[in-house]
Ligand binder design. Structure first.
Ligand code: GLA
Length: 690
């Protein structure tokens, strides 16, 4: 079956993915109605679908419209909110044509009364169950009157009718990102949003809805994610008649932009994934989509990195960094990243941001000697940068106080003693490109940890009559800058960071290689952070460091092996003060780094199965299991760990002990983990016998 099917008699379009299908139709009034998102259908079956919302009465005005505007008997969440110069808001869309080729479908519409054209874009891929969507609005009038765009959703994802619904998403905070919550979906409009100018720690731009009957490995799940790194809003609407739809918009309520004649406005991509095999199946579909269609270098393995932040804080200097680099290299680390504190007057968080030249007192000969030493030790060289930020106490701010987001005569609220540079101003983006390009070229920088430690406040752009555009333009300028640096420096890799995981989304992942998932490196706290992260984002992108014990943030002491094993479930890094580790600890750490390198392809590129107190990865014939034990009262039952994703007819050899296991036994009965002590952990590496 072709990926995009058009039935002109039924005025119907159908998008097919390997395990799902998405159907739309123009109704008898010419409105675009959503018909189906779920199990695969044939074209005949799709043509036989009734309109989904037969249960609703016209009086309630509940229509499963694919992309509703305002006006008419519509009372739900609009996808499109515009205001014409005469104050009217009603839009009536006439379908003007479509194009369908190569898995892409574009539906075109013209507004009957005003000067607007609308395109709805869809895309599917032969190897993925993801449906990509975005919208484009064009002002094609000639009368000179602009149109105000108050909301242009990337997509509205409508679910099929079910008796009940549950909503899954993540909430969080700095150092407590990605806490998964799952509960009844309110008969209301549930708004998940960031008004901060960044993706945010508080909630991440994805949702999953199920009918209350899905589990980790069974049941239907409909999930959707917005590929955007600025403010955003997902409204999950559940009506009295049971219509459920999630509307995804870049930007939050309030800011509006003006569309002048000839102008176009394009949304970022919103992606939907239907899975019939539970939350685990949905996650695996997301990971495979991200690897095949989002990440810039998906085939690469992430190097084991060392980062200096927890070891030294701002107290960086050439000698100290050389010593850490020497010890890191001895452990088998492949990439050495010097964090904050290497530039300008940056001795703490009160000064220096914006002055991106090596601090002369700490690096009297610049960074070249350290970079050379890191390379001599056989590692790549990485640096922390925070290009979008400035401390008021900096030469940059003294020279350009108008470069920051601000409103004339209003306070300039500082957070972490810093202000946000307005990348919507071309000269600011050009300045950032200039020093970043030079820094990367002069030092052959292999890796940038690109941080963004504070959110927008007083986000004004004095002098720009359409100032609200900066909410979007800032993000686009950051994307463009990353894209340009990557294309000019093909060896450069970028780690996304925003006070930890505050800028984790499919938009940033399209131009970065990994994400610093959280500033919290306590392995116990990390279990939940990583569990939530992996719901949508692939484990191979999830930076996870082993740091000191007791943990500097939580004060909790945990065994070295436990800390390693939990960090080995993502992209392993080391972030402790290696000068304080004992010889025994360093020797054990070196063994664990070597072990990680052996399992790394399975963890970073494999299929993830989440088990009780364990995660498992399957990659070709290889299987990796990391199991842990949390604190339990004496006498609590210790049950075998039932593995998933194995071939019941196959046998699996333990590559450490040589022992042979039956797939059927590991699945039906489970593995005896032998984890009898709190905070003990075990790593198992199996290979399927051919
Ligand atoms: C943020 C990052 C940390 C570290 C500091 C440096 O908090 O998340 O990992 O880089 O900034 O100031």
């Amino acid at each position: 079956m072709t990926a995009v099917h058009h039935d002109s008699a039924a005025r119907l379009w159908m998008l097919s993915t390997p395990n799902s299908c998405y159907v739309l139709r123009l109704d008898d009034q010419g409105r675009l109605r959503h018909l189906h998102w779920g199990a695969p259908l044939t074209p005949d079956q799709a043509a036989a679908l009734p309109y989904v919302l037969d249960v609703a009465t016209n009086f309630d005005g509940e229509l499963a419209e694919e992309y509703p505007g305002e006006g008419g008997a519509r009372f739900g969440v609009p996808a499109l909110r515009v205001r014409y110069a005469d104050g009217s808001r009603t839009t009536v869309w006439d379908h003007t044509g479509h194009t369908a080729e190569d898995g892409r479908l574009t539906l075109a519409f013209r507004e009957r009364h005003g000067p607007l054209a609308l395109e709805l874009h869809y895309r599917v891929h032969p190897d993925s169950d993801a449906v990509e969507r975005r919208a484009l609005v064009r002002h094609d009038g000639t009368d000179g009157e602009p149109v105000l765009l108050q909301q242009v959703a990337a997509a509205r994802w409508t679910l099929p009718l079910r008796a009940d619904y549950r909503l899954s998403h993540v909430t969080g905070a700095w150092s407590a990102e990605n806490q998964l919550t799952r509960g009844p979906l309110a008969r209301a409009e549930t708004v998940l949003t960031s008004r901060r100018g960044i993706t945010g720690h508080q909630v991440n731009p994805w949702v999953a809805v199920d009918a209350g009957d899905a589990g980790e490995e069974h049941g239907e799940v409909w999930s959707s994610a917005l590929a955007w790194s600025g403010s955003w809003r997902i409204t999950v609407e559940r009506t009295v008649h049971g219509l459920v739809a999630a509307t995804h918009t870049a930007g939050h309520e309030g800011p509006a932009v003006t569309l002048a004649p000839g102008g176009t406005w394009e949304t970022p991509v919103s992606v939907g994934v239907y899975a019939a095999d539970g939350f685990g199946g949905a996650s695996r579909a997301w990971h495979s989509y991200a690897r095949s269609h989002v990440l810039p270098r998906p085939a690469e393995l992430r190097p084991v990195l060392y980062n200096s932040w927890e070891a030294t804080g701002f107290d960086v200097g050439e000698q100290g960094q050389r010593e850490l680099a020497r010890r890191a290299a001895a452990l088998g680390v492949e990439l050495f990243v010097m964090d904050d504190g290497w530039f300008g007057a940056r001795k703490d968080d009160s000064a220096g941001l914006g002055d991106w030249t090596p601090a002369p007192d700490r690096f009297p000969d610049g960074l070249a000697p350290l970079a050379a030493e890191v390379r001599r030790l056989g590692m790549r060289f990485g640096l922390w940068v925070e290009p979008e930020m400035v401390n008021p106490d900096s030469d940059l701010y003294r020279a350009h106080p108008d470069w920051v987001l601000h409103e004339q005569g209003r306070p300039r609220t500082e957070l972490r003693n810093q202000l946000v540079l307005n990348f919507a101003r071309p000269e600011v983006a050009a300045w950032a490109h200039d020093w970043l390009d030079r820094l990367v070229r002069e030092h052959g920088v292999d890796h940038l940890k690109w941080d963004m430690n504070r959110v927008f406040t007083e986000a004004g752009h004095p002098g720009d009559p359409d100032a609200d555009r900066l909410w979007h333009d800032h993000v686009r300028a950051v994307y463009a800058l990353m894209d340009r640096l990557r294309s000019d420096h093909p060896g450069l890799r970028i780690e996304a960071c925003s006070g930890g995981g505050g800028r984790t989304d499919l938009g940033i992942l399209a131009r970065t290689d990994q994400v610093w998932a959280s500033d919290n490196t306590d392995a116990l706290d990390r279990i939940a952070v990583q569990h939530g992260y992996g719901q949508v984002y692939p484990p191979g992108t999830m930076g996870a460091w082993v740091t000191d014990s007791p943990n500097p943030l939580t004060g909790r002491a945990l065994p070295l092996e436990f800390r390693f094993h939990l960090a080995m479930t993502g992209a392993l890094g080391i972030g402790g003060d290696l000068t304080a580790w004992s010889e025994d600890e360093l020797a054990r750490a070196a063994e664990l780094v070597a072990r990680y390198k052996r399992i790394r392809p399975v963890v970073q590129h494999g299929r993830l199965y989440r088990l009780a107190d364990a995660v498992q990865y399957v990659h070709g014939p290889e299987v990796v299991l990391v199991a842990w034990r949390l604190a339990r009262p004496h006498g609590a039952p210790v049950v075998p760990l039932r593995m998933a994703g194995l071939d019941p007819l196959a046998r699996y050899r333990d590559l450490d002990t040589g022992e042979l296991h039956h797939g059927a036994v590991l699945t039906a009965r489970g593995l005896t983990t032998g984890l009898t002590r709190d905070h003990s952990s075990r790593l198992l590496h199996l290979r399927q016998e051919s």
